[in-house]
Design a protein around this ligand. Sequence first.
Ligand code: ADP
Length: 399
Amino acid sequence: MKVLVINAGSSSLKYQLFDMPEGKVLAKGLCECIGIPGGTITHKRPGKDNYKTETPLDNHEVALGWVLKLLADPELGVIADIAEIEAVGHRIAHGGEKLRESCLIDDEVIKYLYSIVKLNPLHGPPAIAGIEGCRKLMADVPMVGVFDTSFHSTMPEHAYIYPLPYELYEEKSIRRYGFHGTSHRYVANRVAELMGKPIEELKIITCHLGNGSSITAVNKGKVVDTSMGFTPQEGILMGTRSGTIDPTIVTYLVSEGMSAADVEKMLNKQSGFLGVSGKSSDARVVCDAAADGDKRSQLALQILYYGVQKYIGAYAAAMNGLDALVFTAGIGENDRDLRQAVCRDMDYFGIALDEQCNATCPRGEEVDLSAADASVRTWVIPTDEEFMIAKDTARLADR
Ligand code: ADP
């Protein structure tokens, strides 16, 4: 079964065509600068040269039109006809309170997604544009929505309700939702498979550390807490986001004359690695500057390491134990110094790395990094959100 996975951002659209159930990637690519000048498409097929073209991409529908054309192109394509695509899976950042599991997309679902755009103003509209575009171009093909929030919907009330006036939850849907759920779900299930145990018997902490970062506690297969909250702003220090701060800093800055929009911009785009180091939002640049002796870059890294350690401690307490710790995403998968720094002095929790294994662990592989006598198994597992989306899509569309 050929399944197309779409991940639509505000000015970009990523795609992957899978052959399911094997999960073989037939082609993938990226459309950039949608709705702004400089439209570019990069189309990749395993074992073949990449194809790149520059063309105006006025909107997501135009971009999707290109994707379908390329996939079925006699020279560049991987299928003879777009009719071979039997289902489309859409990555959707926010499922609100109602969309707690991946589901087939119908008019009702689209209506609900429109109703929660307010909760997700950055990612909601492009996701809907991707769905609407597919509906026009592939009218009869079943579509499935896979939500970043849904894995977290099992959190107990005491983890998702903020200690604010309760009416804010009832009337304005203000609560912890959590994000990166598809990634946390993938690596949590994968670590259980790799450890040869049912997920229902494990206490797992998954650390998704990339440009955006979040940490999740998964007890017996169910999320009990996660670091991102009402928005992806909460939690640990990220590329340009502050993570958790004293909320009074916001009102203080507003009282000092800063506009609410500027405060939001500062928290979202000018904080985190970028704000503290003053160098970059990119972990690699910050790591290099720190290695060259730059004090603020060293500080930014220390804040991140300390933040990750605090969540591990809190979540081990929340689950009354820990069996597996997983690092994933750009930083988690590639930054051995981070893994070493986070796991150092954590023997109280039973966490200890085999330093040699951590230092030499090859990129892109699933590796148990733990010291032989550690009671907690610490893994690096490359995430694969697209495969998870394709899996859900094939399952739901095949009914
Ligand atoms: P996104 O959240 O956009 O999906 P990724 O998961 O791709 O992001 O992670 C991007 C981050 O991973 C960047 O900060 C990048 O610098 C970092 N990263 C990638 N490779 C390395 C590396 N070898 N060492 C440290 N950080 C890395």
